[in-house]
Design a protein around this ligand. Structure first.
Ligand SMILES: Nc1nc2c(ncn2[C@@H]2O[C@H](COP(=O)(O)OP(=O)(O)OP(=O)(O)O)[C@@H](O)[C@H]2O)c(=O)[nH]1
Ligand SMILES: C[C@H](OP(=O)(O)O)C(=O)O
Length: 209
């Protein structure tokens, strides 16, 4: 089996632009990618591909196989899947809270397709046992898209229920979860820029100036 991480650094995480500059967001995604790769390795996955529009945007220290493809997220992944005959784990680069134990659990799934939902309708991780004929449809309500695609192909589905694996870092409030529950270098990076503001309700981030 192999894992593939789609990754785009340029102007990444635009939904965080109210709290981070473009340079900070681009550095932040580099850190999250390193966390995800380290977690996969700890989870026993040694064959890791990164699909990216610009190979030089992936730092040398990220020890993975780099595939350069400047087509959009769905097109590059669908081309990739069509060429694969072994089980494929698609994992997004913005998941610094995922732990190796989640990876081990997910790849031990007996289901044809295991889906880790992302917040707000997304898909954070997809484990596809027979990828050759499976096609992804990210963006919008991609969790529902992927359930529907699997059902149309009469594939069995497991929805993997995990707070940490379902927390992708898209919006400022997601950084709060990283500060509260993170352990890796993306958390260290966030801690240098944000404190936690506590009140009666949910904890919020408070940017240091
Ligand atoms: N290869 C590739 N990966 C992409 C592309 N767009 C997004 N990604 C990756 O897909 C995953 C999910 O992307 P998003 O959560 O939308 O991240 P983003 O595009 O940086 O964030 P926003 O600008 O806030 O939408 C992340 O791992 C991104 O790095 C793309 O065009 N090509
Ligand atoms: C790519 C997209 O990511 P989100 O915008 O939900 O983080 C999705 O999961 O479909």
């Amino acid at each position: 089996m192999r894992a593939v991480i789609p990754y785009k650094k340029e102007n990444a995480k635009s939904r965080l632009s109210t709290v981070m500059t473009k340079e900070q967001r681009e550095t932040f995604v580099e850190k999250m990618l390193l966390d995800v790769v380290a977690t996969l390795r700890k989870g026993g996955i040694l064959n890791i591909d990164i699909i990216t529009p610009k190979a030089c945007d992936v730092k040398k220290e990220v020890k993975a196989n780099i595939i350069e493809d400047d087509t959009d997220l769905n097109d590059c992944l669908n081309k990739y899947l069509s060429q694969k005959e072994e089980p494929i784990l698609i994992i997004m680069a913005d998941l610094p809270l995922v732990k190796f134990i989640h990876i081990k659990d997910i790849v031990a799934s007996k289901a044809d397709v295991t889906i880790v939902p992302g917040k707000g309708g997304g898909t954070n991780i997809l484990f596809i046992r027979k990828p050759e004929n499976f096609r992804v449809k990210y963006y919008g309500s991609s969790f529902e898209n992927h359930c529907m695609i699997a059902a149309q192909q009469k594939l069995s589905i497991r929805v993997y229920d995990s707070f940490l694996a379902s927390t992708d870092i898209d919006e400022p409030q997601d950084i709060t979860e990283l500060l509260l529950h993170g352990q890796g270098i993306a958390k260290d990076y966030a801690e240098k820029r944000f404190g936690k503001k506590e009140g009666k309700g949910r904890v919020k981030i408070s940017p240091f100036n």
